[in-house]
Design a protein around this ligand. Structure first.
Ligand SMILES: [Zn+2]
Length: 292
C-alpha cells in the first residue's frame, strides 16, 4: 500500500493538483465502502501526498451523498496526519468579496441528513470528541502564512455555516444567517471536520469565496455559472497555496503540537472496554485500535 503524510481534498473546481510526481492510485474498500474516487498518491515538493477530488472526477456526488466516512478512512489507511480541505463557499459579509479566501476557525452545523460520526450505527462504542475548536489550531496559522506568501487576499478566522443543500439558501435563510454573524456558507465542512477529528487527523479548511449567496441586494443571487466562473479564476491560486502548504505542514511531523487533534480519542471513549463488541473494534480498525 502507498503511504502519505499530507492529504488534500479538492472541492468544486479543483479536481487535480499540479506537480504531483510518481503518482499511484489508491481506491480501497473501507468498512464504509469506497471513497468518492481513487486517491492520487505521489510526491509534491518531496513530501508524500494524497489527493482526493471530493465530489469525484466530473463532479458526480452531491454533498448529502458524499461517502465522507470512507474518504477520511482512506486517508487514515495511507497514514495521513495533516489534511487540507479546499472548498468553494458563499460570502456572508460585504468585506469578503468573491475571490477572497478565508481560513475559518468555527463551524455552525445546519446539516440534517448525513452521518456525522464513526461512533454510530449502534456499533456499541460511544465516543465524544472535543470539538470546541473544529479546525486544527496548529495548521490554521500555517495555512494563513502560505496563503499570504502566495499573494492571496486571505481572512484569518470566521464562522462557516454548513447547510444540507444541494439547493442554495432562500433569501430569508441567508438574511437570518447574516444576523447570526456567520462569515461564509458551504455544504461540505460537516461531517469532514468531525470525522477527521475522530480519526485524529489535523484538519484545516481553505474556503474560496465565489459569490455573495443571495442576501446582497446589489449583486445577482448565486448561480452555478457564477460559482464555476469564479472558481476557475482562483483555482490557480489554490494550487499555488497547496504547493506551499504541503512542505510547511510536513515540517510539523516531529513537533509536539498543542492542538491535540492527534489524541482526540484518548479521553473520548465512554464505553466500558469490557462491553465493547470485538467486531466493532475490528470495524473501527485504525481509528481505535491503539486504545484497545
Ligand atoms: Zn491539530
Amino acid at each position: 500500500m502507498p503511504e502519505a503524510l499530507v492529504g488534500v481534498i479538492g472541492g468544486s473546481g479543483l479536481y487535480q493538483i499540479e506537480g504531483l510526481s510518481d503518482v499511484e492510485e489508491f481506491y480501497p474498500d473501507t468498512p464504509w465502502g469506497k471513497p468518492s474516487d481513487a486517491l492520487m498518491v505521489g510526491k509534491l515538493e518531496g513530501v508524500p501526498v494524497a489527493f482526493l477530488p471530493r465530489h469525484g472526477r466530473g463532479h458526480r456526488i452531491s454533498p448529502t451523498d458524499l461517502p465522507v466516512q470512507a474518504n477520511i478512512y482512506a486517508f487514515k489507511m495511507l497514514g495521513v496526519k495533516f489534511l487540507l480541505s479546499v472548498s468553494a463557499v458563499g460570502s456572508m459579509k460585504e468585506e469578503i468579496p468573491p475571490l477572497d479566501l478565508v481560513v475559518p476557525d468555527q463551524i455552525f452545523d445546519r446539516t440534517v441528513a448525513r452521518p456525522r460520526s464513526y461512533f454510530s450505527d449502534h456499533n456499541g462504542i460511544v465516543g465524544h470528541i472535543p470539538f470546541a475548536e473544529p479546525f486544527c489550531q496548529s495548521l490554521r496559522p500555517i495555512l494563513n502564512e502560505v496563503s499570504e506568501a502566495s499573494g492571496a487576499t486571505i481572512h484569518f478566522g470566521g464562522t462557516y455555516i454548513c447547510i444540507e443543500g444541494p439547493q442554495f439558501s432562500t433569501r430569508g435563510e441567508s438574511l437570518i444567517y447574516r444576523q447570526w454573524g456567520v462569515d461564509v456558507i458551504g455544504m461540505t465542512a460537516i461531517p469532514e471536520a468531525k470525522l477527521a477529528r475522530e480519526a485524529e487527523i489535523h484538519y484545516v479548511l481553505l474556503a474560496c469565496a465565489t459569490d455573495y449567496d443571495c442576501w446582497h441586494t446589489s449583486h445577482e443571487s448565486v448561480t452555478v455559472e457564477m460559482v464555476v466562473e469564479n472558481l476557475h479564476k482562483n483555482v490557480g491560486q489554490a494550487k499555488e497555496i497547496i504547493r506551499r502548504f504541503v512542505p510547511a505542514a510536513a515540517a510539523l511531523q516531529n513537533s509536539h503540537l498543542e492542538c491535540g487533534c492527534d489524541k482526540a480519542l484518548a479521553t473520548a471513549i465512554m464505553t466500558d472496554r469490557g462491553v465493547v463488541p470485538a467486531e466493532s473494534v475490528k470495524k473501527l480498525g485504525l481509528l481505535v485500535q491503539k486504545y484497545f
